[in-house]
Design a protein. Structure first.
Length: 617
């Protein structure tokens, strides 16, 4: 047919103003900005809807895959990434056996953490026995002081095996500035190793040896824009130092690898990786490289530990799965999925298998590896990419004004910023402004810790851990830790019984009983819900028969004036009395001696700590 019928031509596309007018009608006078516009933690607003006209002034939709500034990824023909698993090398032979085993289970990228004392030719030969380094990506981390020695050993090993230098892909994750920013240790003298390290591996163009470990910031609670902005400044510091030492910008840029975290904000994390490539390409371009491909950012993404939980730990699988999807759609080079049991134990064979399969699922079944930058053109994600780039660039420029990343670390401004965010996020979690499913919201009422304790984290390099920090350090604590500590303490000391005295309006008493059960179970209390009582006396008698330590009256605001004081007086101090809600008659209830209330504006954590204290726990 010469003329093809166009679908929907009989419909007129509504304008943005028409959409806004319709929304205003549906809101029935409520404030559009307050009800529907989301103010992100990253410093910008997100609208409830986007249209093509919102992209009119953006340049990102015009970019092409595999071309500068690489916002749409480094590849043109696929979205392949390396499926990576890390191995701690205590025994080189055992580590090699494990590596060979997991290579047959879907892994094509290995990460070996080798203690400095084990770095030797024998260790490398044992570790890599039977592993073809021109097919499998191999990554190494070790004590910073031994990294150059390890590089020389690897170069000799690769030459001995006769590998095509173009086909050897991997890295040595040398990043002394990580220890400076995270631990406050002064290791500036180690920075002089960088040019020698790059020189040793210069004949292997796809084997990188300088790392930017911004995943550590992510795991310390940094917001997305903070991780992005500081990662760029971190990378630029290494780039500046290398070029100042006489290393060509092309070689220097191709030696740097970014280890970035992935948090739970699905769409924003996709945009983060797009914005990261865009900004890094612009930074490298200012050094005037000979090859635009030198401006490509190489990213290994690791799913976050900051939001992982000890209780209801299988929910961690849901978190890491969406994080892995974000990283894949964000077109990363390689990815590590953190096992779900990481908060409380060394990974088991089961948890490692599940972590591998989470990547294989989206690769082999969902085909995330087939389409380059599938989010391109999405009005929302294009907006997020631009907004994140704008805000991250502000952070980058601020750090540069302070003299660069190293100077800012020595001054402690970066550590202060991340620590402040961590404190704010813990405060938000305590008030349930930030949800952790299974921990501060909808906990499993019957779950016990069963001896699980939070894993202690350590550097493991064995050098100078007893020294006093020279600079400020970052205080890294998982978001769920406060609630977990409270719950474990309750479990190990005394588990109080909280009884729901439900009375009056059916809908309100059920809603408040459910709210109260969720509230109190966050501390591990045993909660007893009920269908309802005809009188407060009947409810109190039932509570005492159940040996309740806490009686929570659940009713409507209007009915509290009728029921709360009689129930309180009849209970007569035989258990703690709590009102579910913040009724208008609260002052009258307080005057009668009722002092405990739980409602949506409560600081859940502090309230539960207070109740524990009153109960002698």
């Amino acid at each position: 047919m010469a003329n093809k019928e166009k679908l929907f031509t009989e419909f007129t596309a509504p304008t943005t103003q028409e959409w806004l007018d319709k929304i205003e009608v549906d809101l029935k006078g409520a404030d559009f900005q307050k009800r529907l516009v989301w103010r992100t933690n990253e410093g910008f607003n997100v609208q409830p809807f986007y249209r093509r006209e919102d992209l009119a002034n953006l340049k990102t939709p015009d970019a092409l895959p595999g071309e500068f500034p690489f916002v749409r990824g480094n590849k043109k023909d696929s979205n392949e990434w390396y499926v990576r698993q890390n191995i701690v090398v205590d025994d080189p032979k055992a580590a090699n056996a494990k590596a060979l085993d997991i290579l047959n289970k879907g892994i094509d990228s290995l990460g070996f953490h080798v203690p400095g004392k084990l770095v030797s030719k024998e260790t490398v030969e044992t570790l890599l026995d039977g592993i073809y380094c021109d097919i499998v990506e191999v990554n190494f981390s070790t004590c910073q002081r031994h990294s150059f020695e390890l590089a020389e050993i690897l170069v000799e090993y690769f030459a001995k095996k006769g590998y095509d230098k173009e086909k050897v892909v991997g890295s040595i994750e040398w990043d002394p500035m990580k220890k400076m920013v995270m631990k406050g240790k002064d290791v500036t003298h180690i920075l002089e190793i960088a040019p020698k390290l790059v020189e040793a591996l210069k004949e292997y163009p796809n084997f990188r040896c300088i790392a930017v470990s911004s995943d550590a910031l992510n795991n310390a609670g940094a917001y997305i824009v903070q991780e992005l902005g500081y990662a760029l400044a971190w990378g630029n510091e290494y780039l500046q130092q290398l070029t100042d030492a006489g290393v060509s910008v092309d070689l220097a840029a191709k030696s740097i690898k970014f280890n970035m975290g992935v948090s739970e904000n699905y769409f924003m994390e996709i945009a983060k990786f797009r914005a990261a490539r865009l900004l890094w390409a612009q930074i490298v371009k200012q050094y005037e490289p000979k090859d635009d491909n030198s401006c490509q950012m190489c990213v290994n993404a690791t799913t976050s530990t900051y939001n992982q939980t000890l209780f209801d730990s299988y929910v961690n699988l849901l978190r890491s799965q969406t994080e892995a999807m974000s990283a894949a759609l964000g077109s990363v080079h390689s990815m590590v999925v953190t096992p779900f049991d990481a908060p409380y134990e060394d990974a088991t064979d089961f948890s490692e298998r599940i972590a591998r399969n989470q990547q294989l699922l989206i690769k082999e079944e969902s085909h995330f590896d087939r389409i380059v930058d599938p989010s391109a053109g999405s009005y929302y994600i294009e907006h997020l990419t631009d907004a994140l780039a704008t805000e991250a660039w502000k952070i980058f420029l601020k750090v540069e004004e302070e003299g660069g990343f190293l100077a800012a670390v020595k001054a402690g401004t970066i550590q202060d910023d991340i620590n402040a965010t961590n404190v704010k996020r813990h405060g938000d979690a305590a008030k349930r402004k930030e949800f952790l499913l299974g921990t501060n919201q909808f906990p499993n009422f019957t779950e016990k810790s069963e001896g699980k304790k939070a894993q202690a984290c350590g550097c493991g390099c064995g050098h100078a851990e007893g020294e006093e920090p020279a600079f400020k350090a970052i205080n890294s604590t998982r978001l769920a830790a406060d609630f977990e500590n409270l719950r474990i303490h309750t479990e190990e000391t005394k588990v109080p019984v909280a009884f729901m005295l439900t009375i009056g309006n059916l809908a309100m008493r059920q809603a408040r009983a459910q709210f109260s059960c969720n509230f109190l179970a966050c501390a591990g209390y045993k909660v007893i819900d009920n269908l309802g009582f005809k009188s407060v006396e009947e409810g109190v008698d039932a509570a005492l028969e159940a040996k309740a330590d806490i009686v929570v009256i659940c009713s409507s605001d209007d009915e509290y004036a009728e029921y709360a004081i009689p129930a309180f007086k009849y209970l007569n101090g035989r258990a703690m009395f709590v009102v579910a809600g913040a009724p208008a008659c609260m002052e009258d209830l307080k005057a009668a001696g009722i002092e405990n209330y739980i409602h949506v504006k409560c600081n859940v954590l502090e309230t539960l700590k207070e109740y524990n204290q009153k109960l002698g726990i």
